[in-house]
Design a binder for this molecule. Structure first.
Ligand code: CVU
Length: 555
């Protein structure tokens, strides 16, 4: 173990498991670390990397849990430590070490959409929260702004940063209109009593410890896991005929969906890849029906991606009510007229939310297509109603065409980026239509299920601005331009316990507020601790212990 001086901070960078991603994204990480180091030096502190740049691998990331444990074995456990992120990373690479680290921990990301660094940091925050590890968190565009500088100063002086949680009202501190409360609770009771099966095709994706819900917590909501395997899915794909796959593709083409096909398997989407994805779609529905699943999640980013094209197109189709029909081998249509809610990256928190949301919306006569997105990035934009902070919600898979402008006609399938998906596969890409939404996030904290939820609006941006946002991030993935009501950028970042956020449309704004209240009551009935975030109309604060005294202190 290396002993250290009292004004030295250790810096760690967790990365992807995939060499191609780590190499491609390293330059951005090196640049961010230089800026962060300059900011620390300005405050009289020095920075030492806890692990070196590896010239053979051509990157300086911790790229496995094994390496992460080794790095932690060599450091002073009492020293202040920063995990710096400008890329998508696997939290379990550093989780083991962080669970026993005694010194102050700070997670930091650069405010950039280029690579999913904010997403990586938010996942790590969610994992640390679930693991009960105390941490602080910060983000910055260039590491010289007042918000970052003051936060850093506070952390260096005290080992903790207070986040502004004045936008949060927990359920016990408010009252809901009794009709909404009763609607939600009676739905929740019925949901729990009826019970449901969550099909999990290989649990745990990319080190996302936060996305695994302990069975006991899930059982209390009425949901039970069916542990399935991606090998079974692969085997089932081989049983799907070419004709069945072609029928799925013909259905999509007839709907007006576009496929950006080329011929180079290594860099372009090919028709062959799409047809394999169609087989996966049919196989997934058949397996789900065989096991009686009400929702499924396919892990896909490890294992399956090395055998077949990615599952993104499949996931988006499953989340749409209007989707290509799938028949059993005996000719019966499976899940006819329904979506089969799919939780991307087997994020079980999202799976619980998606199933409850889809059913609740349907029960109340609305279409309930729902998806998670990554909280990827965002910038202020003048939408015509003055400058607002417009988030880039973006995800590789799972967004349903019902969310897009012009639905299938507005959708295209683009080749998944080769650094993540060597064997390709197409996405289901579109621009989410303007409208009112309810957003939410289920997470695990203190051994309990919690849910933050609020209301938002998807805004319309000029085509050039959409293109710019795509170019600043990942242009192959579906995008949503979201404004959250009464929640600032920094409030969301300081509070959110996951890389993902769940969204569902409501027919108009007042309905979104009402559905947010009803959904909160339904979740509460399932034993979930509910927190309203931002402006949710019709929620009356009844207890003085709400806002100010609920300010969370992280770190
Ligand atoms: C393809 C990548 O691994 C993405 O899946 C990653 O950036 C995420 O979306 C994480 O939520």
């Amino acid at each position: 173990m290396v002993l250290t001086t009292s004004t030295e901070v250790l810096l760690l960078a967790s990365g992807d498991l995939r060499l191609a991603a780590n190499q491609k994204c390293w330059a951005a990480q090196a640049e961010m670390e230089a800026q962060l180091t300059a900011a620390l030096e300005k405050q009289g502190w020095s920075v030492r990397r806890a692990h070196p740049y590896d010239p053979a691998k051509q990157h300086g990331f911790i790229d496995s849990q094994k390496m992460g444990m080794e790095v932690f074995r060599g450091i002073d456990p009492t020293q202040p430590l920063i995990v710096a992120e400008s890329v998508w990373q696997y939290s379990h690479h550093v989780l083991a070490g962080l669970t026993t680290h005694q010194g102050p921990i700070l997670t930091v990301a650069n405010w950039s959409g280029q690579w999913p660094g904010l997403v990586g940091m938010l996942n790590l925050n969610g994992c640390l929260t679930k693991a009960g590890v105390t941490y602080s968190t910060l983000w910055s565009e260039d590491f010289t702004d007042a918000f970052f500088t003051q936060g850093l100063e506070q952390w260096l002086a005290t080992g903790r940063i207070e986040q502004d949680a004045s936008h949060v009202r927990s359920l016990p501190a408010v009252t809901l209109p009794s009709a909404d409360e009763e609607t939600g609770r009676s739905f929740g009771r019925q949901f729990r009593e009826q019970k449901a099966i969550m099909g999990v095709f290989d649990e745990g994706c990319m080190g996302m410890y936060n996305a695994i819900v302990p069975d006991e917590l899930l059982h209390a909501t009425g949901i039970f896991k069916e542990r399935l395997s991606q090998s079974t899915l692969y085997a089932a794909m081989r049983e799907v005929s070419d004709a069945d796959a072609q029928q799925v593709l013909d259905w999509l083409l007839a709907k007006g969906m576009k496929f950006n096909w080329g011929t180079d398997e290594a860099t372009q989407l090919t028709k062959r890849q799409t047809l394999l994805q169609c087989k996966m779609y049919v196989a997934a529905v058949r397996l789900a029906a065989d096991f009686g699943c009400d929702t499924i999640g396919i892990q896909y980013q490890q294992g399956l991606k090395d055998l077949v094209p990615a599952s993104d197109l499949v996931e988006g189709l499953l989340n749409n009510t209007d989707r290509p029909p799938v028949f059993s081998t005996t000719g019966e249509e499976l899940y006819a007229g329904q979506a089969l809610p799919h939780f991307n990256e087997v994020d079980e928190c999202a799976g619980l939310d998606a199933l409850l949301t889809y059913r609740l919306w349907n029960e109340l006569g609305m279409s309930g297509e729902t998806t998670l997105h990554d909280i990827r990035w965002g910038e202020a934009y003048d939408t015509g109603e003055g400058e607002e902070f417009v988030w880039v919600f973006l995800i590789s898979g799972a967004a349903p065409p019902a969310h897009f402008i012009d639905e299938y006609k507005g959708a295209s399938s683009e080749r998944q980026t080769p650094m993540y998906f060597r064997l390709g596969g197409g996405t289901l890409r579109g621009v989410s239509r303007p409208g009112a939404i309810v957003w939410s996030r289920v997470y695990v904290q203190d051994g309990k299920l919690h849910c933050d939820l609020g209301v938002g609006e998807v805004v319309s941006l000029p085509a050039a601005e959409t293109q710019r946002r795509w170019q600043e991030t990942t242009p192959e993935w579906p995008i949503m331009h979201a404004v959250l009501c009464g929640v600032s950028r920094d409030q969301l970042m300081g509070r959110h316990k996951a890389n993902h956020i769940q969204v569902v449309y409501a027919p108009y704004a007042a309905k979104a507020h009402q559905m947010c209240r009803i959904k909160a009551a339904a979740l509460a009935e399932l034993g979930v601790e509910v927190h309203f975030c931002g402006d949710v109309k019709g929620v009356t604060t009844t207890s003085a212990m709400s806002r100010a005294t609920q300010a969370t202190v992280l770190g």
